[in-house]
Design a protein around this ligand. Structure first.
Ligand SMILES: Cc1cc2nc3c(=O)[nH]c(=O)nc-3n(C[C@H](O)[C@H](O)[C@H](O)COP(=O)(O)O)c2cc1C
Length: 192
């Protein structure tokens, strides 16, 4: 595999082609760091994502949680994936639903996202949502709505990698998504 120009294993010091910090002048703050949960959380948080609310009706009430692990997988057949913590108490209830709703949260929905991840309280209270005929729960004012069936599930360490087979999509092109980065909610700004 090619070594990125800023990789810390490049030669450094007086003999390095570009000087003490390597050819590009770029180094990490600490050099390579042993992996522990804190370091990994920071590392994973350096990668910006959107956030998806995943929801379904169970016993007539909305059930759901927020997930930033959403990733597009396949056009044919249409599939996305999420990774779900094995400790999740909500996922086993969602996994039994015939159809799930996925709402890509929009730029003003950071507080809602925290609520959808909270362990206490009514996650959907005070939030406008709708249910489809087959029980998928969708959040109003989102940037995108998808509905999906749960597909194959794969081992992902302390998470499960869940493929979701898409059924429908409803786009809201004018609505800007919420961005999650370094544990903060952010908004997109156009590149200058
Ligand atoms: C921004 C954000 C992203 C999250 N992404 C995921 C995720 O991708 N997978 C996951 O299992 N939990 C994720 N969570 C945590 C869940 O939303 C929820 O807090 C967790 O499932 C615990 O609740 P539960 O026991 O009801 O499942 C995320 C939380 C936040 C705030």
């Amino acid at each position: 595999m090619a070594t990125p120009a800023h990789h810390p294993t490049e030669p450094t010091g007086p003999t390095a082609p570009g000087g003490p910090t390597g050819p590009t002048g770029l180094t990490g703050l600490t050099g390579p760091t042993a992996l522990d949960a804190g370091v990994l959380r920071q590392a994973f948080g350096a990668y910006p994502t959107g956030v998806v609310a995943i929801g379904a009706l169970r016993d007539g009430a909305p059930v759901g949680f927020a997930a930033s692990s959403f990733v597009s997988i396949s056009l044919e057949p249409p599939m996305v994936a999420i990774s779900v913590a094995r400790t999740s108490t909500t996922w086993p209830r969602l996994a039994g639903a015939p159809v799930l709703g996925l709402s890509v949260l929009s730029h003003g929905q950071g507080a809602l996202c925290r609520k959808l991840a909270s362990r206490a309280g009514d996650r959907f209270g005070g939030t406008p949502w709708r249910a489809t005929a087959d029980g998928a729960v969708l959040i109003h004012d989102a940037a995108l709505w998808l509905t999906a069936r749960v597909g194959p599930v794969y081992d992902g360490g302390d998470h499960e990698i869940v493929l979701l087979e898409l059924l429908t999509a409803e786009l809201f092109p004018g609505v800007e998504p919420l961005v999650f980065h370094t544990s903060q909610f952010r908004e997109l700004t156009p590149h200058a």
